[in-house]
Design a protein. Structure first.
Ligand SMILES: [Zn+2]
Length: 258
């Protein structure tokens, strides 16, 4: 900004000076840049009387203009910064939202692990014991006897049980709690050879009949990544009671007679 403060001469109050040659009154040029003045009568040129003041004023004007330019540049930079900050803020809000959504999506899983799994690990909650005992009751009605009592446990992998002195038909029952939906029963003979395998089910059954007495072993295998409580037991059934018509679909009946 250029103000009159720095002007030694101004157009409103134009100073006059006499020509050195003809002594005519000639006006001192108002433009600061003028270093000489020309007489309009005789054409003589002479330096402006206030040359030093003009140079000083010009310098002042240059400084002021420079300051003004710097102010403008700073304002532009500030504006740019503010715009970038706003963009960053928007981005961070967006990320915040995405994070919140992810957290919301993960929350049920986390709750499932920490809240629902913990009681099962501690031995509380449904382990499928009711279903196993109901089926066992039905089988007892047919003359089956308990070979290995019902056992409920927390399992993340296969659980196994020996059945010493098993003879005739052995019926293995298993049932899972809420987190065990795909249990598989496998029976192995005294040589460790698999002699039967059930379909995968929440409450599978598997029967194996043999004429030779020996130690059998059964395994209850949870589904991949399943962890939770399950119940299993084994009954000895008379051969005639085998293959009940109303057995659950999961039952397989590999009647292997040695
Ligand atoms: Zn003159």
């Amino acid at each position: 900004m250029f103000t009159d403060t720095y002007l030694p001469v101004n157009s409103e109050c134009m100073s006059m000076i006499r020509c050195a040659e003809c002594h005519a009154n000639i006006p001192v040029p108002a433009e600061l840049e003028a270093r000489t003045m020309k007489c309009q009568y005789c054409g003589a040129t002479q330096p402006v009387p206030d040359l030093l003041a003009r140079e000083h004023a010009l310098l002042q004007r240059k400084i002021l203009e420079q300051e003004e330019r710097e102010r403008t540049t700073r304002a532009l930079i500030d504006q740019q910064d503010r715009r970038e900050a706003a963009v960053e803020r928007k981005k961070s809000i967006r990320w915040g939202r995405i994070t919140a959504i992810f957290t919301m999506l993960l929350a049920p899983t986390i709750i499932a692990i920490t809240v629902y799994d913990l009681p099962a690990r501690l031995g509380f909650g449904d382990a499928g014991a009711d279903r196993v005992s109901i089926v066992a009751e039905q089988l007892k009605g047919r003359g089956c006897t308990v070979l290995s009592g019902s056992k409920s446990e927390y399992a993340t992998g296969a659980v196994t049980k020996l059945l010493p002195g098993a003879k005739g038909c052995v019926r293995v029952l298993a049932a899972g709690g809420p987190n065990q939906h795909s249990l598989t029963i496998r029976i192995f003979n005294g040589d460790g050879k698999e002699v039967g395998k059930s379909a995968s089910s929440a409450d599978p059954q598997l029967e194996y009949c043999t004429t030779t007495e020996g130690t059998l072993r059964y395994e209850v295998v949870p589904g991949m990544l399943d962890k939770g409580r399950l119940t299993h037991m084994a009954l000895a059934c008379p051969a005639a009671a085998a293959a009940p018509a109303e057995a659950p679909p999961a039952t397989t009946n590999p009647k292997k007679h040695k």
